[in-house]
Write a protein of this length. Sequence first.
Length: 296
Amino acid sequence: MYSRKSLRALPPQRPHKLKLSAILGKAIIYLLVVGIALVLLVPFAWTITTALKTPQQTLRIPMEWIPNPVVWQNFVTAWTVKPFAIYYRNSLLIAALNIIGQILSCSLVAYGFSRLRFPGRDVLFLVVLGTMMIPFQILIIPRFILFKNLGWLDSLLPLIVPQFFAGAFNIFLLRQYFMTIPTELDDAAKIDGCNHFDIFWRIILPLSKPALGALMVFEFLGSWDDFLGPLIYISKDSNYTVALGLNAFRNDFFMEWNIFMAAAAVAMILPLAVFFIAQEYFIGGIALTGSGGVKG
């Protein structure tokens, strides 16, 4: 118990000032975040407004942010002047098959590294991670010669088939998440007569939806935005992806920035939709990987 003298010696508490300083600190942080977000949104806003302008408005100095008049026909022109529907179809096909290939291959390899014990496992895992340091530019010529000998040039196969062989980053992502799942679940499943494939299919994968969702978002955005790969292997217009199609727009409509930006805006619709729809899995996979996804 405190005596009266000790109580008098205690410094007076100022809860209102402490609360005010905490609120002020949070307000400053929120203002910084909003300011940075607005700066990052400037290129996106410029793309949308330019897509709605006339050719004369796009070249005016100083720049006019609000188009007057608003030309919605630019989007129709961008969609029809080039076979943009075919570009979309090719990119969607590549992205969907790449996601399937990476999930199947990377999840199996990650399960082996996280659940199976065999000699040299950790060394082999370090070798797999070491492949992440190999630049893509070094692999261009060997892959080009390989696909040429296979007769796959000017087709979508060079952009799809390699994705069915597990990638190092996705292996690492899934392996770290699988290790957060308690091994007691495996032991209980083995008592019930499950083999390794049953454990993988019925226990590990259903409990790894956040990590798998993050992998799907990463792979979709990587496939959709890939420009160098299609540029190397594809030359036929009917096999163009959205990235190559935008490059063709730039060459054909170099001075008509309104048409080019309308095409760019159309190309951004699907990635933005995928990101916002899968945002929960994306953030959950990043936050939980390596920090304990499943407890108990």
